[in-house]
Design a protein around this ligand. Sequence first.
Ligand code: PMP
Length: 410
Amino acid sequence: MPPASNSTHWTLAQRAAKMNPSVIREILKVTERPGIISFAGGLPSAKTFPVAEFEAACAKVLKDDPAGALQYAASEGYAPLREMVAQQLRDQSAAAGQRWDVDASQVLITTGSQQGLDLVAKVLIDAGSKVLVESPTYLGAVMAFTPMEPEVVGVAGLADGLDLADLAAKSAQARFLYVLPNFQNPTGRSMGEASRAALSQEAARTGLPIMEDNPYGDLWFDRPPPAPLTARNPEGGIYLGSFSKVLAPGLRMGFIVAPKAVYPKLLQAKQAADLHSPGFNQRLIHAVMQDGFLDRHVPTIRSLYKAQRDAMLQALATHFPEAASQPEHNLTWNTPAGGMFLWARLPQGMNAVDLLPHAVDQGVAFVPGAPFFAGPPDTRSLRLSFVTPSVDEIHLGVAALALAIRARQV
Ligand code: PMP
């Protein structure tokens, strides 16, 4: 007879207690009503998925080398894809005026860049280690770091870079600084050339490693961003990239570029995690990207997202015409130069978490900004994604948001 199930005693690891459901997911439960226009999601527009190209690539990959595509494979990743990634980074960096000699041997293909965050956390964080993040920052990174029990310390983010005085005050003994220089999630902000140069110098001066996460860098609207931080000091940085925003997130494909000092350990962590990322998916990505497909495809994503951003800016300007002259009594917002998100701030005295259910009653959802902060939050801030709703929905959604704000304004 099997023992009665109520005799089983599960003891969870202490680190499991540190794993919490995403705060945002909890907050967003109120938004899961039919008919809500959602500026809350962080999903790429499904209109941009190159379905026909993937269909052709599936047939090609299975025909060309079925055993290779379906067999276990090297943990580092599919060699031609690693070479393609290295080449792309060399080219992009050179075009931005910075030589970066990325070699394919430094590229580790990961199961989404989210896995890159997890592997780096395992290899670089001990319990109690100090880890610096720009504040606000990507919550999925904090979720990946937390089980390793770090002390996560926020460094103030500015409109075009990091507060370097705040960084200098906090960086002693830090294991690394996690930053998103391009069209950041959640704020849509980017670091300018001067800010990058200054941050790179400061990190080199203090020996602070930088973890640079760049899933949105290709989604620029007017001009490509300045060269990556890692290109300026390759031995001092780990660079994370992703195919989620330029091809499709469902394939779960990303990569790490790491210096020799950490690559072997990241590789061992990768072997323990999943042996290797799906070989079939790696070959699909490689097949789709051959012949310069991204050079034709990514501009179509840029122009779609730019039109959506413009629609949101226009709708905001229509509904809050006095935002510039009376910022404390209006919603105010930034103008992201790429990516998927816009960052806004409510009139004084208002709180984005409190406003959300009222906005949902009016038919629109957003993500309150407070959970993205490591340290004291700006409770008036909120994140608006402009990529998933249509242009018409953007106008309706901003009108609904304006109604909700005006109704609550004292
Ligand atoms: N980093 C940032 C800043 C992100 O916004 C995301 C996805 N939302 C990721 C990493 C993870 O992306 P993926 O695992 O799909 O590559």
